[in-house]
Structure formats: structure tokens, C-alpha cells
Design a protein around this ligand. Structure first.
Ligand code: NAD
Ligand code: UGA
Length: 462
């Protein structure tokens, strides 16, 4: 199909989530010559994308959306019309872990992807390039190509892989200046043509040497492996954090010392209450499932341990709280500072705070949660126990009358609070459990707090 005369190309993205929205906003902002349409079956989400109250909190995103929205960036629920018009279709629907059937708890649930593929086949009347933007199991493109090209309508669908590496909270900076853009395509004339079209889109603002190409399977697998390696670093340093607590070593000092070795590098070595987010655990379990399906049990166990260590770290954090607070938190008010899975996002998917809160509720603690952006999502995550938790946006109000504060998200504003004022309003002895190692522990100790952190010696007045 010919692109609309006004535009050099018609780009569509199916799935207006954390990836589809920001990614397409950036393409539209940087490429005014293309028409970029983003569709979703979730009408509320689309309405929010068409307003100034965007459906996701992401620093800098609204500016980028405003640059292009209504000019060459459009958000719509009319999926069929958009498919008909498009010549390049990015698919960034969700690919969560399966909650049923074979592979439950590990394999990727591909039903949203497959439904999308079937709709593309049904509606299309001309050749299209289908770009896997979602994170998918290696070799998904083969299955998708089979589904897409099964009904020989004289229409050809070329499937390429272009995984997304943005991190939430820094999505705009990551998209503006990515470490690399990866495009996997088949080594056939149609595959090479598709690859070149996708390269051309990114080359509008990304340096050519950062746009790398590979075969489809390498691109699909690289995405899973990148997340697995990143998460592995966190689990590795978290495994050392407990050893530090036993030996009076300080995990921040260890991270600094090893990170200065240029072969190791300094990033992703911040020990914490555990990693969260919608993808690390999901993608590692997916990798584990793929390895198992090829009979590679040693490989599967190796990567699974990254997730098991993360579970241990989240349990350990609460266990320390309970044992420190005289082996009971029942009926004690505990203020949880931060519910988002990391700072600068309202996203709470797989947030370690969810596990922390649920464990505290199991111990009959009175939990009060505060977060600058994530309380709406917290209400959804804790829908089954909302009568047992309080949520307030003001951290001072949350801490009022509390026995302890648990820092679960590294929000910058938590560093700058008046902890003397907070201390004065709390029950005594007052405890702080810094699950992100972001506070000045010595200063808090001097105020009167008993301070426990991750992988560092405790500061206690007894
Ligand atoms: P999301 O849940 O925020 O968004 C997915 C959207 O797809 C939803 O709004 C949903 O309504 C929509 N959708 C589902 N089926 C549809 C259909 N048939 N037609 C139209 N819309 C449909 O998910 P996300 O966080 O944007 O992640 C999407 C993919 O990108 C996942 O595979 C994820 O692993 C990957 N990814 C995510 C991130 C991230 O930071 N969140 C980063 C890189 C890669
Ligand atoms: C991660 C990857 O960083 C992205 O490259 C990838 O595209 C994305 O997953 C995805 O596929 O969804 P994201 O989950 O948004 O991005 O955020 P990260 O910055 O990676 O943080 C993940 C978790 O690890 C957070 O809970 C964070 O607090 C934690 N973390 C991170 C640590 O505990 N320590 C660290 O040193 C770094």
C-alpha cells in the first residue's frame, strides 16, 4: 500500500504502554516526515495519551508527545483502520509470564501477540513489515511469520525484530541517545529490505554506528540475555550484601572497589531490597523455560538462581525488620516509603514493595504506604487487602506515630526530608530500614534512629 501522500511512511504501533507510547512519541518527534499512529484496545489509555494527563509517569515524556501529537503522532482505538493504512507495524503488546497451562509461571504468554498477528492478517490488503518490539522468546518470529503468511492472500508480511532496551524513569534519555539500536532480520531480499527500512527510521537521530543488525534469532535472544545479565549483577551484589552484614564489610565499598575494574564496570551494582519491574523476572523465567525446553537443565538452573536470590533478598529484608523489632511487628505502624519498583516511575509491576507490604500484613503490622507517583497502582496491586493498609502522599503523615520506616523506592525526595521532625513524631525506639541505601545513616543515628540497611553495618542505640 502506498503511504499517505502527505507522509513519507505510515508507521503503526499496536500497544500504547510503557514501550509503545514513549518509543513512538520519540520516532514522531524526530521524524516529522512519517505519520506515526499508536493504537490500543484500552480506550481509557488512548484517551489519556490524547490528554495532558498521560497514562504513565515518565520524566520529559509530555514534552516529546506535545512536539508531535496532532502533527504526525496520533493515538487511536481504531486498530483495524490503522493496520490497513500502515506499511510498518511495530507490535509492543504485553508478553507477561503465563499464569495457566503448560509452562505456567515461566513461559511467555503470547496470546496478545498472536491475536494481534491474526488481526493484521485479517485486515491487511497490502504487504507490511511487522516489527517485534515486545520482548519475545527466541524463534517467535518463525511462528509469527507462519501465522501471518498462512492465508496466502497475495500479501507478504516480513517479520523483523527490534527489541527495546529503554528503562523506565529514564525512557526519554534512553530513546534520545540509546547505547545501541538492534535490528534483527532474515537474510533474504525481503528481510534485508525490511531491515533497511527500520534502520532508516532510527538513522533520523541515532548515529549509524550505534544501529546494529543481526539475524532475527540473535536479536530476539539478545533482549532476554541483556535483561538476564543486568538482573544477574543485582542478584550477585545482593548475595554479597548478606555476607557483608555478617562480616562488617560494607557492600557500597565493595561495589565501588570492584566497579572501578573497567572489566566489571560500576553500573548495576547497587545492592537493594531486590529488583522489580515488569521485565527482569519475566524475561529470566522465559529464558529458563526456553533452556529447559531444549533439555539444557544446567543452563536453566544457572539463570533461575538469579530470581531465587532476588526472592531471598526480599524475604530477608522483612525478616531483618521483624527480628530487629523484638520479633514482632503485630499492631505496629510501619511506614513504607516508596511503592514504585524504582524511582521516577509510577509503575509498580513486580515492585519489591508489594512483597514487603504483604509480608508485613501477614505479620499483622499496620502498614501505611507513601509514594509520590505510585499510589493509584498500589491500590490496584493491593485491592484484596485495602482495608488493612493506609495510603498517604505525604511522607511526614505516613511516619507520624510509626514504629518504623521501610525505604522501598530510591525517590530522590526521601533523601531531603527533615528526619529530625520525622523522628520526633514517631514511636520510640524508632527504626529505619533503608532498603535502597539512600539515606545518611550516621546522621539518622545521631538524630536517635536505629538504622538498618542492606549490606552495611547497623547503627543501633542498644
Ligand atoms: P504494557 O502492558 O504497558 O502495554 C501493552 C499494551 O498493549 C497495553 O496497553 C494493552 O492494552 C495493549 N494490547 C494488548 N493486546 C492488544 C491488542 N490485541 N491490540 C491492541 N493493543 C493491545 O506493556 P509494556 O511495559 O509497554 O511492555 C510491552 C512489551 O515491551 C513487553 O513485551 C515488554 O517485555 C517489553 N519491554 C518493556 C519495557 C518496559 O520498560 N516496560 C522495556 C523494554 C521492553
Ligand atoms: C530494565 C532494563 O534496564 C532495560 O534495559 C529493559 O529495556 C527493561 O528492563 C525491560 O525490558 O523492561 P527497568 O526494569 O525499567 O529496565 O529498570 P531498571 O533500571 O533496569 O531497574 C530494574 C530494577 O532493578 C529496579 O527495581 C531497580 O531499583 C533495581 N536495581 C537497579 C537495583 O536494585 N540495583 C541496581 O544497581 C540497579
Amino acid at each position: 500500500m502506498q503511504p499517505h501522500a502527505m507522509y513519507a511512511r505510515n508507521i503503526l504501533c499496536i500497544g500504547a504502554g510503557y514501550v509503545g507510547g514513549p518509543t513512538m512519541a520519540m520516532i514522531a518527534a524526530r521524524c516529522p516526515q512519517y505519520k506515526v499512529t499508536v493504537v490500543d484496545i484500552n480506550a481509557a489509555r488512548i484517551a489519556a495519551w490524547n490528554s495532558d494527563n498521560l497514562p504513565i509517569y515518565e520524566p520529559g515524556l509530555l514534552d516529546v508527545v506535545r512536539q508531535a501529537r496532532g502533527r504526525n503522532l496520533f493515538f487511536s482505538t481504531d486498530v483495524e483502520a490503522a493496520i490497513k493504512e500502515a506499511d510498518v507495524i511495530f507490535v509492543s503488546v504485553n508478553t507477561p509470564t503465563k499464569t495457566f497451562g503448560a509452562g505456567v509461571g515461566k513461559a511467555a504468554d503470547l496470546q496478545y501477540w498472536e491475536k494481534t498477528a491474526r488481526m493484521i492478517v485479517r485486515v491487511s490488503t497490502a504487504d507490511k513489515i511487522i516489527v517485534e518490539k515486545s520482548t519475545l522468546p527466541v524463534r517467535t518470529a518463525a511462528a509469527m511469520s507462519r501465522i501471518l503468511n498462512a492465508k496466502k492472500k497475495g500479501v507478504h508480511f516480513e517479520v523483523a525484530s527490534n527489541p527495546e532496551f529503554l528503562a523506565e524513569g529514564t525512557a526519554i534519555a534512553d530513546l534520545k541517545n540509546p547505547d545501541r539500536v538492534l535490528i534483527g532480520a532474515q537474510d533474504t531480499p525481503a528481510g534485508i529490505k525490511a531491515r533497511d527500512v527500520i534502520v532508516e527510521i532510527y538513522a533520523n537521530w541515532v548515529a549509524r554506528e550505534k544501529i546494529i543488525t543481526s539475524n532475527v534469532w540473535s536479536a530476539e535472544l539478545s533482549k532476554l540475555v541483556a535483561n538476564a545479565f543486568l538482573a544477574q549483577r543485582i542478584s550477585s551484589i545482593n548475595s554479597i550484601s548478606v555476607l557483608c552484614e555478617k562480616t562488617e564489610a560494607d557492600v557500597a565499598e565493595v561495589s565501588r572497589a570492584i566497579g572501578m575494574d573497567s572489566r566489571i564496570g560500576s553500573r548495576f551494582l547497587a545492592s537493594s531490597v531486590g529488583f522489580g519491574g515488569s521485565c527482569f523476572q519475566k524475561d529470566i523465567l522465559n529464558l529458563v523455560y526456553i533452556a529447559e525446553s531444549y533439555g539444557l537443565h544446567e543452563v536453566a538452573r544457572y539463570w533461575e538462581s538469579v530470581v531465587l536470590m532476588n526472592d531471598y533478598q526480599k524475604r530477608r529484608f522483612v525478616a531483618t525488620m521483624i527480628s530487629t523489632m523484638f520479633n514482632t511487628v503485630a499492631d505496629k505502624r510501619i511506614a513504607v516509603f516508596g511503592f514504585a519498583f524504582k524511582a521516577d516511575t509510577g509503575d509498580t509491576r513486580e515492585s519489591p514493595a508489594i512483597d514487603v507490604v504483604r509480608q508485613l500484613l501477614d505479620e499483622h503490622a499496620r502498614v501505611v504506604i507513601t509514594d509520590p507517583e505510585a499510589l493509584d497502582n498500589a491500590k490496584i496491586d493491593l485491592a484484596d487487602c485495602l482495608d488493612k493498609v493506609e495510603m498517604v502522599s505525604d511522607p511526614y503523615a505516613a511516619a507520624q506515630g510509626a514504629h518504623a520506616i521501610a525505604i522501598c523506592t530510591e525517590w530522590q525526595q526521601y533523601r531531603a526530608l527533615d528526619y529530625k521532625k520525622i523522628f520526633d513524631s514517631m514511636e520510640k525506639p524508632a527504626f529505619i530500614f533503608d532498603g535502597r541505601n539512600i539515606l545518611d545513616h550516621k546522621k539518622l543515628f545521631d538524630i536517635g534512629f536505629n538504622v538498618f540497611s542492606i549490606g552495611k553495618p547497623a547503627h543501633k542505640h542498644y
